[in-house]
Design a protein around this ligand. Structure first.
Ligand SMILES: [Zn+2]
Length: 108
């Protein structure tokens, strides 16, 4: 088997190397899994979804989904969790209200 030359991919800034650095989000929206995957460097939609089927999860999203199923740990040792979008939005709104109450509602 031929050795793989990752350094050459990295040093040339190849498309494969760039696509391997995605920013992935996966959440639940009314119980259904939903998510996005973008190339971190450019912010563009993951090419797998952009040029093929945007409704199909790319390999990056599948990796996160598999980690959930198998209860894998993230690099920092925490477990991967998927949040309900409504819960996150409610928490953000609560935090905003608490901030406003803490400063007496005064905005400068
Ligand atoms: Zn992707």
């Amino acid at each position: 088997m031929t050795p793989l030359h990752f350094a050459a991919k990295r040093d040339s800034g190849s498309a494969s190397w760039k696509r391997a650095d995605p920013e992935v989000s996966l959440h639940r929206d009314h119980g259904a899994l939903s998510g996005e995957c973008t190339v971190r460097e450019t912010g563009e939609q993951c090419p797998a979804r952009k040029y093929r089927d945007a409704e199909e999860p790319c390999a990056h999203l599948c990796t996160i989904r598999k980690a959930l199923v198998f209860n894998d740990e993230a690099d920092d040792g925490t477990t991967i969790e998927v949040f309900e979008r409504d819960d996150v939005e409610i928490a953000a709104a609560d935090a905003h209200v608490e901030d406003a109450m803490a400063d007496g509602g005064v905005r400068r």
